[in-house]
Write a protein that binds this ligand. Structure first.
Ligand code: IPR
Ligand code: MG
Length: 146
């Protein structure tokens, strides 16, 4: 089987703020290009989900998170992408270590147009497909108790 058709594990993080905002960035990628998605990425060998969440948020935005909690696991078969892919995605929730330092940096500009905070009640479009499915299903990181 071609390498990229093997299911992989990803971690995506709802970094939540003020009880109503989440951090999203517009992807520059062969998967979900131009759509708004959570920070996150591939689980590396030996990592816990919490470690992966903190590493990816730091690498992508420069922000430090804590109180990292598991919320949900999702199965994302992305058949219609330029490069089809299958991810088992672990959804985590976290808050900033320092709420006063909440300005995200765009540290991987080749992968993202930029990060910003969005109200859960007024999310930007288009959302990345797997995230859109969660929203459509009624899932909310603010109503979810781990
Ligand atoms: P990286 O590791 O580049 O941050 O991965 P990603 O953000 O493309 O996430 C991979 C999993 C997605 C496509 C569900
Ligand atoms: Mg990423």
């Amino acid at each position: 089987m071609e390498g990229r058709l093997v299911p992989r594990v990803a971690v995506a993080v709802f970094v939540v703020r003020d009880g109503e905002q989440v951090l999203l960035g517009r992807r520059l990628s062969s998967i979900g290009d131009s759509s708004f998605a959570l920070p996150g990425g591939h689980l590396e060998f030996g990592e816990s989900w919490e470690e992966c969440a903190a590493r990816e948020v730091k690498e992508e935005t420069g922000l430090d998170i804590h109180r990292v909690e598991f919320l949900k696991v999702t199965n994302n078969v992305l058949r219609d992408e330029v490069r089809p892919a299958h991810y088992v995605t672990i959804l985590m929730r976290a808050v900033l270590v320092d709420e006063a330092q909440s300005t995200p940096q765009n540290l991987e500009p080749e992968k993202c147009e930029g990060w910003d905070w969005y109200k859960w009640s007024d999310l930007p479009k288009p959302l990345f497909g797997p995230l859109a499915l969660q929203v459509q299903s009624g899932f909310s990181p603010f109503l979810c108790h781990s």
